[in-house]
Design a protein around this ligand. Structure first.
Ligand SMILES: Cc1cc2nc3c(=O)[nH]c(=O)nc-3n(C[C@H](O)[C@H](O)[C@H](O)COP(=O)(O)OP(=O)(O)OC[C@H]3O[C@@H](n4cnc5c(N)ncnc54)[C@H](O)[C@@H]3O)c2cc1C
Length: 247
């Protein structure tokens, strides 16, 4: 069955953006389709045998790139949906629902506050959309910081692009790799706490924090913010990728 108010989408490219992490690019049939950076949509197969099966995915491209859109996902084993995605071929047809979600860049007075984006694994997708939007619009944001949390560099989605953003001065990038060479046996909590101490030294008090990713990663990061920094809830916005394991 078709998704309500879905638009047709043709697969025009795929590539691996980290170990077992697939990026898919689509061209939308409807030129009037609009979304905001940070939003998500349901991606659905049109053809059998998975016709109608869908997953919520955050746009990883910027609105300015429409009518092309990209999504990225971890290729979990045991997910028929993901297995079919990894076998999808150019020109295969999909449907994409209307966009939804309120995980949007701060607006109004809050725009001038330092912004810290904490991406747990695949949680970088809505941030990539936001950062590409900021970069393409030529907007200058004071103190934009991205922390990526992954096990290794190879598992860090869009590693090269993050490096480029840092090189271009679009943002400060703090990659935390819990099994990387610099981890030297330290716990995830200890590595993240040190990284955040460094970030807060730069931003001072008053930063706005955004967290995105699988619930277990977001909850873990939120706990560190609460216990180690007593970070105020009202300056914290979270995007939980429900559907990934919560423990
Ligand atoms: C707002 C939002 C944004 C997201 N953005 C991304 C993204 O950019 N990249 C990404 O990889 N994943 C994203 N997700 C998670 C994604 O929707 C999948 O849940 C996840 O990728 C796991 O899919 P799977 O096929 O591997 O799991 P499966 O093993 O097939 O799913 C496990 C079970 O959970 C159910 N399920 C799957 N998705 C959901 C869901 N969203 N809500 C409730 N139940 C569900 C399935 O029906 C199944 O019963 C996002 C989720 C949300 C809510």
């Amino acid at each position: 069955m078709s998704l309500e108010s879905a638009v047709g989408a043709r697969l025009i490219g795929t590539c691996l953006v980290a170990e077992k992490t697939l990026s898919l690019e689509f061209e939308l049939a409807d030129m009037s389709y609009r979304f905001e950076a940070g939003q998500a949509a349901s991606l659905s197969f049109v053809d059998p045998p998975l016709s109608g099966d869908s997953r919520t995915l955050s746009f990883s491209s910027a609105p300015a790139e429409l009518p092309r859109v990209t999504f990225a996902t971890r290729l979990a084993s045991g997910s028929p949906f993901k297995e079919s995605l990894s076998r999808a071929r150019l020109n295969d047809r999909f449907e994409i629902s209307s966009p939804f979600g309120e995980f949007l860049l701060p607006k109004g007075e809050e725009e001038s506050l330092p912004l810290v984006l904490l991406a747990g694994g695949i949680g970088i997708t809505p941030f990539r959309s936001m950062i590409r939007q900021i970069r393409q619009s030529g907007q200058k944001r004071c103190h934009l910081t991205l922390l990526t949390l992954n096990r290794t560099q190879e598992e860090t989605p869009f590693y090269e692009e993050c490096r480029l953003w840092k090189e271009e001065g679009v943002l400060s990038w703090v990659p935390v790799e819990t099994r990387g060479p610099a981890a030297s046996g330290r716990s995830r909590e200890s590595l993240v706490t040190s990284a955040l101490e460094g970030i807060f030294k730069e931003t001072g008090d008053g930063a706005r924090l955004y967290l995105a990713g699988p619930p277990a990663m977001v909850d873990g990061l939120a706990r560190i913010l609460e216990t180690a920094f007593r970070f105020p809830q009202e300056r914290l916005t979270m995007d939980l990728f429900f559907g990934y394991p919560s423990t």
